[in-house]
Design a protein around this ligand. Structure first.
Ligand code: 48F
Length: 275
């Protein structure tokens, strides 16, 4: 039976505003900010959140998932190769074996399940929020500068609106092909970016995971951003290395973020794209 409302429009607005700002306040200082909510960023966020870390995902679109919604060419089936089917088993995403070692799954089901598991693990999500810059203090990344995505699409004459900053112990660049966070450091001559290589699936699936690492103090890269930074081959609509790379990024961070030790990261352990 439908009961009468004992609230009005103002209560709905207050419920949203109060709950949003409480949640937003929690995003201002975190253990890890993940820029980009595609498959690599989502799985990293989920693993870190499950390990008890305070995680914030920054996503410029109004929806999460990045390229995981489609298997390319507007066909909504995706592929993975072994051993990434174990991640699907862990997430309870159904899949079938197409041929030995190659699996196919329904993209909307896989993508929505990964999003749901990430949110349920406790990762905070700021959607319609674009990465704009890094906070770089004493040669360590200490946060990100963000703004509403809409701002960058408006004429400057009506949208000269300053961004704001969030702080965290470590950042992940999971912005896919664009490698936006790394791009900002490259613009400043701090790191080098080679640009994404051409397609070679067997090689790419292997090296993207291998090269997933902390590439500058406080900055880890995963997913297709790794290809763009190191000039590694791309792989097209197969997502195993995206998931494995995101998991590796989370593992690297869990090793480092023991209490506040991340701030003592030794520069000499860092891979070589620093200029
Ligand atoms: O592109 P995306 O899915 O990155 P990924 O996790 O996976 C790549 C695959 O989808 C596919 C592939 C291999 O299978 O070739 O492309 O590496 O997700 C990147 C996310 O980052 C967001 C973007 O909207 C997408 O959801 N993003 C990009 N730039 C920004 C951003 C930005 N400046 N601020 C916030 N989010």
């Amino acid at each position: 039976m439908n009961t009468p409302c004992n609230f009005t429009e103002k209560d709905i607005t207050r419920a949203i505003a109060e709950s949003f700002f409480k949640s937003f306040n929690d995003c201002i200082e975190s253990d890890c900010i993940i820029v980009g909510g595609g498959p690599s960023g989502l799985i990293a966020a989920r693993d870190l959140a499950l390990a008890g870390k305070k995680i914030v995902i920054i996503e410029r679109n109004n929806y999460l998932g990045g390229g995981f919604w489609s298997g390319g060419y507007l066909m909504n089936k995706i592929t993975i190769k072994e051993p990434a089917q174990e991640i699907f088993e862990e997430l309870k995403i159904p899949f079938t074996e197409y041929k030995q070692g190659l699996y196919v799954a329904d993209a909307p089901l896989a993508c929505s399940t990964l999003i749901s598991e990430t949110a349920k693990a406790g990762a905070k999500i700021l959607n319609m929020t674009s990465f704009d810059d890094v906070v770089l203090r004493d040669k360590k990344i200490s946060g990100v500068v963000i703004n509403w995505t809409a701002i960058s699409h408006l004429p400057r004459s009506i949208a000269a609106l300053d961004p704001i900053a969030l702080e965290s112990k470590i950042i992940i660049d999971a912005t896919g092909h664009d490698a936006k966070v790394c791009g900002r450091l490259a613009e400043q001559g701090i790191i080098k970016m080679k640009g994404m290589g051409t397609m070679w699936v067997e090689e790419s699936e292997k090296v993207i995971v291998e090269y997933t690492d902390e590439i500058y103090p406080g900055l880890v890269i995963c997913g297709m951003a790794v290809s763009t930074v190191f000039g590694l081959p791309r792989m097209g609509p197969i997502f195993s290395s995206m998931l494995l790379s995101g998991k590796k990024a989370a593992g690297i961070i869990l090793d480092k973020v023991t209490k506040d030790e991340i701030r003592d990261t030794k520069d000499e352990n860092i891979k070589s794209s620093i200029v």
